[in-house]
Design a protein around this ligand. Sequence first.
Ligand code: PRP
Length: 218
Amino acid sequence: MAGRARSGRARVADGDRRRDDASAYGPPDLWQAEGVDVSALGNDLSRVLYTPEEVQDRIGELAAQVDRDYEGKDVLLVGVLNGAVMIMADLSRALSIHCRMDWMAISSYGSGTKSSGVVRILKDLSTDIAGMHVLVVEDIVDTGLTLSYLISNLRSRNPASLEVLTAFRKPEALKMPVEVRYVGFDIPSEFVVGYGLDYDQRYRNLTGVATLAPHVYS
Ligand code: PRP
């Protein structure tokens, strides 16, 4: 288990080096450092919450739990686009068990950055999940409104089991109690970007996680 997590981290680190060499993100190993050279991101980031290595370590731990819990079962990972792309890719590759993958795209009615809880399905699953062990994979649970809708929608399709894994959760922002079996990190209720989390569709591809400087969004 630990061996897999280590090799996963090594792959990510190599990818970072290639990308950082050729981009405006700054020098190699930017996100391997204890802190981040925020000047390399035009001071867009104010505080590092988790380095890429910390993120990958935690994904390895979550994968080990999922391996144990789903041993001997055929699990379907359902990723919620777009933010879950990173966690789906890393989690699935850190698993030992067989898994299938499918995706949903949903859009929350409402204005600005706030969820309304009324959700429109833009892309539905290609899989009939009746009788299947479904693990919903999210990047973040914020108010919980989106997930609450999603859970009741998927439950009506009669899966054998239905659980949720999220990379991040904002406990202070929760408006709707939702049961999340696997949580990567609880984070503060601030603008947080990286590892799938965006601001205005940017910063998702950062391999670490940081708070956004107020000048970016104010
Ligand atoms: C994010 C995230 C969840 C939702 C959580 O999606 O992926 O689906 O918000 O928010 P909530 O708990 O307040 O309902 P978003 O609509 O930002 O789309 P994205 O994944 O494409 O960034």
